[in-house]
Design a protein around this ligand. Structure first.
Ligand SMILES: C[S@@+](CC[C@H](N)C(=O)[O-])C[C@H]1O[C@@H](n2cnc3c(N)ncnc32)[C@H](O)[C@@H]1O
Length: 203
């Protein structure tokens, strides 16, 4: 399905343009606080790269070759290293700093990772004990008419949108492993969740 990945990568930025005007506020608010060793998971076309402060040393991973090639073109910042890897790839362990990452960035990614519970556990293992998880994800509008529509359309949407699920509750599932220090919900087409989270000290 190589050609499909290239179509997705070409269509992604134009498709997202109208949402990005509003998402930019949240991206800036979250990424502006990064410093030290940062892992960006699923960098896509590299929309976040310009938003990192100088103190951040970013390891960005992106498994789709087509997205990776697009993101490479946005690599103006010498403090960002980009790898054609996914969360589950063995090569990622070698990039983990000895004490773990100070920040893990998860933006619009958990909707499309294949092994979703495993991905959340990986975030936990990749982060340092004092690390922070920065989250910006669209979530299922549970218990609403719109949520019912999402459930209905999800089987058609998922294959068309590169595995993106409309019916996940990343907020609830992340809270099993992480404790929000700051969080918020907003409506932008779908329902969205943003958060700064730390490891749940009870685990
Ligand atoms: C919707 S795009 C979001 C891109 C970017 N994070 C953003 O904020 O616009 C989701 C990205 O997650 C990537 N992805 C999917 N599964 C992944 C995995 N297992 N590990 C890392 N990235 C993954 C996809 O290849 C895709 O580029």
């Amino acid at each position: 399905m190589g050609w499909y990945q290239y179509v997705m990568a070409a269509a992604y930025d134009p498709f997202m343009r109208h949402l990005e005007k509003d998402l930019l506020h949240y991206r800036k608010k979250l990424l502006g606080r990064t410093r030290g060793q940062v892992l960006e998971v699923g960098a896509g076309t590299g929309v976040n790269f310009d938003l990192y402060p100088e103190q951040a040393r970013v390891t960005a991973i992106e498994p789709s070759r087509a997205m990776f090639l697009k993101a490479q073109k946005r690599l103006a910042h010498p403090n960002i290293r980009l790898y054609n890897l996914g969360l589950e790839d063995d090569g990622l362990e070698a990039l983990r700093p000895p004490r773990g990452f100070d920040f893990v960035v998860s933006m619009l990614v958990l909707c499309s990772v294949r092994d979703y519970p495993e991905a959340i556990e990986r975030y936990y293992k990749l982060m340092s004990d004092t690390g922070k998880l920065l989250v910006l994800e669209h979530i299922h509008a549970t218990g609403t008419a719109y949520g019912k529509f999402q459930e209905w359309v999800n089987p058609v949407w998922r294959p068309l949108a590169d595995g993106c699920h409309l019916t996940r509750r990343q907020d609830l599932d992340l809270k099993k492993f992480f404790r929000p220090i700051e969080e918020g919900y907003f409506r932008l087409g779908a329902d969205w969740y943003w958060a700064v989270m730390e490891k749940n000290p009870g685990l």
